[in-house]
Design a protein around this ligand. Structure first.
Ligand SMILES: NC(=O)c1ccc[n+]([C@@H]2O[C@H](COP(=O)([O-])OP(=O)(O)OC[C@H]3O[C@@H](n4cnc5c(N)ncnc54)[C@H](O)[C@@H]3O)[C@@H](O)[C@H]2O)c1
Length: 360
């Protein structure tokens, strides 16, 4: 590896141009060497704005011409699997946006490939980079609330125009650097895999399964598309291996400009944890009367979207010792969502198939 990891950003749309490219461009620990996107116009705009001379229409073209150590993948979700696979097969460390993949078989294949090749694989789960999430994970790993009994969550967000294929509706609200998402990215089921489930519940269930370090065993879900091609409103219940039961509600229909609401509660045999993910707050209380909080100045950045790409660089250089958003737990979130979509479409309880699971 060269002195500084040589990184490419794959996909030069909304999220990359607003966060990943500017973040890496300013990061002294890496070299941002190339941008990759089949849309020549978007590629050129991003190259010009950020001053990156090397641009390619595909990963294949880029790999044929330049040496890469790492890549950030922010393509439409259905493309995560083929793009990530090609990069890993060519020895490149990867950060993949969420949802990691659409299908569990794809996610486990990628996890196993990264492991076999000893390459870093981290997922763009921004919330897992917050101080509250780190404290949540530590509290649960240390069994501060005893055995977990119940997980309850709510994730309400403003995303409906994305699912409707009219992202321009949010132009005045979001601070797009160059562009919003393509109209199809979140509205076409073939590209997005679904609506609120893939786009937003993926954050929620990713956080939960990572924090409790358990995979789901059964999922039952109800989903409402209303007049859309993808789900807008989801209600889900689940069981996990360690007799944990949980439920989650999510809607993408908050009105334009409404603040998101993202609240999660964990109840154990010895206490409980309240996690306000939107506001970066955490309250841990156990039966010994111990109580502590992540609040005030301890909160830090409530949505550190500039950190996820740098985390890949830090994993490559060894500066980061712990992967804050590992692939295996993200694969559990993928299998959860696949089961949820199946449950909603078949009106049945879906057991997470043992044959698509991979050992812990
Ligand atoms: N972590 C977060 O909070 C967060 C927020 C927004 C988006 N995302 C995720 O980031 C991904 C991209 O979302 P977006 O809003 O930037 O979408 P976008 O539509 O703005 O950009 C996607 C880009 O990928 C390009 N592309 C398509 N196929 C490609 C390929 N094979 N190789 C290279 N580029 C390709 C498209 O031309 C487009 O420019 C999605 O998976 C989305 O879920 C994550």
């Amino acid at each position: 590896m060269s002195a500084k990891p040589r990184i490419a950003v794959v996909g030069t749309g909304w999220w990359s141009t607003e966060f990943h490219i500017p973040s890496l461009k300013k990061y002294q620990d890496c070299e941002l060497v190339a941008l990759i996107d089949p849309n020549g116009e978007k590629l050129k705009k991003a190259q010009d704005m950020f001053g990156i001379p090397s641009g390619y229409a595909s990963v294949t073209e880029a790999l044929a011409e330049i040496k890469l150590d790492g890549a950030i993948i922010a393509t439409p979700s259905a493309m995560h699997y083929p793009v990530t696979k090609e990069l890993l097969e060519n020895g490149v460390h990867v950060m993949v946006e969420k949802p990691f993949t659409i299908f569990a078989s794809e996610a486990y294949e990628i996890v196993n490939l990264a492991k076999a090749k000893s390459l870093h694989l981290t997922i763009g789960y921004t919330f897992q980079h917050t101080n509250a999430a780190k404290a949540l994970k530590q509290a649960l790993d240390n069994q501060e609330i005893g055995e977990i009994l119940l997980v309850n969550g709510l994730f309400a967000s403003m995303a409906e125009a994305y699912y409707r294929g009219v992202p321009e509706q949010y132009k005045g609200i979001f601070n797009w650097a160059i562009t919003g998402p393509d109209p199809q990215t979140f509205s076409d089921p073939k590209l997005a895999g679904g609506g609120q489930g893939q786009t937003q519940v993926s954050h929620a269930i990713g956080m939960i399964l990572h924090a409790i370090n358990q995979r789901a065993t059964q999922v039952v879900a109800f989903m409402e598309n209303r007049d859309l091609n993808v789900d807008l409103v989801d209600a889900m219940a689940f069981t996990c291996e360690a007799n944990i039961i949980g439920n989650l509600g999510s809607t993408g229909n908050l009105r334009d400009g409404d603040k998101h609401q993202q609240e999660f509660r964990y109840y154990g045999t010895k206490g409980y944890i309240l996690h306000d993910m939107r506001n970066g707050q955490l309250l841990v209380r156990n039966d010994k009367g111990n109580q502590y909080e992540i609040s005030g100045e301890d909160i830090g950045d409530i949505y550190p979207a500039l950190n996820t790409s740098r985390h890949l660089v830090d994993l490559i250089t060894g500066k980061a010792k712990i992967n804050l958003a590992p692939g295996l737990q993200a694969a559990w979130a993928v299998e959860f969502l696949e089961a949820a979509y199946k449950s909603a479409s078949t009106n049945s309880i879906v057991k997470v198939k043992p044959n698509i699971r991979s050992g812990k």
